[in-house]
Design a protein around this ligand. Structure first.
Ligand code: SF4
Ligand code: SF4
Length: 496
C-alpha cells in the first residue's frame, strides 16, 4: 500500500517500513539490520483503511516553528517547520503526582521516584508559547498528569488559560477529587472549566479492579453526579480499550453515555498502546486497532452504529476551510493523519441510536463545501455561493430518518450561516460525540502519522512536541531534567 519510516523497537533507529494488505488486514513490517524483523497489525480492516485514506489532507503546520525541518525526525522536536499540523489540542502535564495507585501505571511520581511539576510561571510561559503559534493560535488545551486535580492551584491555572484566550479548556481526571468534593466541582466551574476528560473503563467493576486494583466505578458515577449538580458542565468518558479487560463493554459504555447525555457529551475510546517489550505472538493476540473498536461498537449496538458511520478526524477539514473562507479568518484545520483517529455523532431516542450518517449524506455535504470554498476564498461578497450551498444542504438530509426531538437541518444551516460557537455548541448539546484515537507505540509507529500529529505537548523547556513522539522518545529526558526527588516539600502522594 505504501512505504513509510518507522523505528526499531530495540535500538530506536529510524528504519524503513512497508504497509501492505494481507488477508483483509493491513500489516506494518520493518527490518532492522541489527535486530531483525518486526511485524504488527497496522489496521485490522483493509477496506476501512482505504475509505479513510481518501481523506488525507496536508496542513501547513506552524509558520513560526521552533526549529527548521529536521532530518532527524522524531528526535529533534520542538516543533519543526516540516511538521504538517498546528496544535489542535495542547497538553500540559501539570504534575506527575496522583491520588490513586493503579498497579498498571508506571508514570506516577511514587514509582518513578521523582516529582515533575512545572511552576505556575512555567505553565504561563508554556501557554503563551501556544497562544503565539502562527497563523492560528492554539485554542484548545488539556491539563493532564499524573492527576491534575492534586494541584491546589488548578483553578488558578484554568483562569489563566481563559485569560490568555483558550476557547476550549479541559482537565483529564480520574474523578477522585470530583467525587469527594462538591465544593471542588464548584471551584472548577467558577474558574470557567467546562469539560472533564474522565477516565472510564467500563460499566462493571471488573475493568477497574483489573487496571486499578479496586472497584472505582461508584466513584466515577459519583463524580458524574457531582458535575451534573455543581459543574463543570460537560464530561467526555475516556475508556482505554484492552482485549479481555473491557472490549466487551464498548456498547454498554456508549449506552451509559447516551443515558447521561445531559452531562456526558462524548466517549473517546483509546485502544491500548504497548509501552514495554512485547513479543510478536502476544502483540497479535492483544493488539486492538481502530477498525476493531468500530466493529465492537457495531456488534454491541445491534448494528445501530455501524462501522460505516465513522470517518477519520481529518474528514472535517473542508468544513473548517469553508468557514475560514466565509469569515476571512484562519480556523484550526484537523489535518491529522487519517489513520490516527475516527469519529462520528449519534443521536439517541427511545433507546435507539441514530448516527448522523443515517440521515445526512455526509460525503455529499463535504463535496459541496469543497466545491464552494474556492468560489468564496478572498472574495468580498460571498452571498451567491452561500445561498447556493444553503439551498443544497436540505437535499442532503432525510428528515424522516433523523431524530424527532431536534431540527437537524436548521442546526446545520445555522452552523454554516453563522458558524459561531453558540450554534456549534447547540449541535453538540443534542448529540453524542464518539471518537477513537490509537496512540502509537514502538511497534506500529509510522513517521507519516507523526508528522501530521495535531495533539501536542508544551514542555517546561519551551518546546512543542507531538504527543506520540513525546510519550515514546522525549518524556523521560524532559521529566528527569525538570524534576525534584520524591516527596516534594514532605508532601506525599495523596491516598484515596
Ligand atoms: S515529529 Fe514533527 S516536529 Fe518532531 S521532528 Fe518530526 S516533523 Fe518535526
Ligand atoms: S497523538 Fe498520536 S495518534 Fe493522535 S494524532 Fe498524534 S500521532 Fe496521531
Amino acid at each position: 500500500m505504501r512505504q513509510t519510516k518507522s523505528i526499531c523497537p530495540e535500538c530506536k533507529r529510524v528504519i524503513a517500513a512497508s504497509i501492505f494488505e494481507e488477508n483483509g488486514k493491513v500489516i506494518i513490517e520493518k527490518n532492522c539490520h541489527e535486530h531483525g524483523g518486526f511485524r504488527d497489525i497496522y489496521w485490522s480492516d483493509a477496506e476501512l483503511y482505504r475509505k479513510f485514506q481518501g481523506y488525507s489532507y496536508t496542513g501547513s503546520g506552524i509558520s513560526n516553528s521552533q526549529i527548521s525541518s529536521s532530518p532527524n525526525c522524531p528526535f529533534d522536536c520542538g516543533i519543526c517547520s516540516g511538521h504538517e499540523t498546528g496544535t489542535l489540542l495542547a497538553n500540559i502535564d501539570i504534575t506527575n503526582r496522583c491520588n490513586l495507585q493503579c498497579p498498571v501505571c508506571f508514570a506516577s511520581a511514587r514509582i518513578k521516584g521523582f516529582i515533575c511539576e512545572p511552576s505556575f510561571e512555567e505553565i504561563r510561559k508554556m501557554m503563551e508559547t501556544l497562544r503565539n503559534e502562527k497563523p492560528t493560535p492554539c485554542s484548545a488545551i488539556q491539563f493532564s498528569g499524573g492527576e491534575p486535580t492534586v494541584r491546589d492551584d488548578l483553578p488558578e491555572i484554568i483562569e489563566l488559560a481563559e485569560e490568555l484566550g483558550f476557547a476550549h479548556i479541559q482537565v483529564a481526571s480520574n474523578g477522585v477529587r470530583l467525587a469527594n468534593s462538591t465544593e471542588y466541582c464548584k471551584k472548577l466551574r467558577d474558574a470557567t472549566l467546562r469539560t472533564i476528560y474522565l477516565s472510564f473503563d467500563g460499566i462493571t467493576p471488573e475493568p477497574y479492579i483489573e487496571n486499578g486494583g479496586f472497584n472505582s466505578l461508584p466513584l466515577k458515577k459519583k463524580a458524574i453526579e457531582n458535575c451534573r449538580n455543581f459543574g463543570p458542565e460537560s464530561i467526555v468518558l475516556v475508556p482505554t480499550v484492552a482485549k479481555g479487560v473491557n472490549d466487551s463493554q464498548v456498547g454498554g459504555i456508549i449506552r451509559f453515555a447516551a443515558e447521561n447525555l445531559d452531562i456526558v457529551k462524548g466517549v473517546n475510546f483509546q485502544p491500548i498502546a504497548f509501552t514495554g517489550r512485547i513479543d510478536q505472538s502476544q502483540r497479535e493476540e492483544k493488539r486492538i486497532t481502530i477498525p476493531d473498536v468500530l466493529r465492537l461498537v457495531e456488534e454491541q449496538t445491534d448494528g445501530e452504529i455501524s462501522r460505516n458511520a465513522w470517518y477519520p478526524v481529518s474528514f472535517v477539514v473542508p468544513i473548517s476551510r469553508f468557514l475560514s473562507a466565509m469569515r476571512n479568518v484562519s480556523l484550526p484545520e484537523l489535518t491529522v493523519h487519517p489513520h490516527c483517529g475516527a469519529g462520528t455523532y449519534v443521536f439517541y431516542e427511545e433507546g435507539h441510536f441514530i448516527p448522523i450518517t443515517s440521515f445526512l449524506d455526509v460525503e455529499g455535504f463535504i463535496e459541496l463545501l469543497e466545491e464552494a470554498t474556492p468560489e468564496i476564498k478572498g472574495k468580498v461578497s460571498k452571498v451567491i455561493t452561500l445561498t447556493k450551498v444553503l439551498r443544497q444542504v436540505p437535499k442532503l438530509i432525510d428528515e424522516k430518518k433523523g431524530p424527532k426531538s431536534v431540527n437537524v437541518s436548521r442546526m446545520i444551516l445555522d452552523v454554516l450561516k453563522k458558524g459561531d460557537m453558540d450554534n456549534t455548541s447547540r449541535f453538540h448539546r443534542n448529540s453524542l460525540f464518539l471518537g477513537t484515537m490509537h496512540f502509537q507505540d514502538l511497534y506500529n509507529i509510522d513517521l507519516e502519522r507523526v508528522k501530521k500529529c495535531g495533539v501536542h505537548y508544551a514542555t517546561p523547556d519551551g518546546r512543542i512536541i507531538p504527543f506520540c513522539t513525546y510519550n515514546i522518545f522525549h518524556r523521560d529526558s524532559i521529566e528527569s531534567k525538570f524534576s525534584v526527588p520524591y516527596p516534594l516539600r514532605n508532601e506525599p502522594e495523596k491516598e484515596v
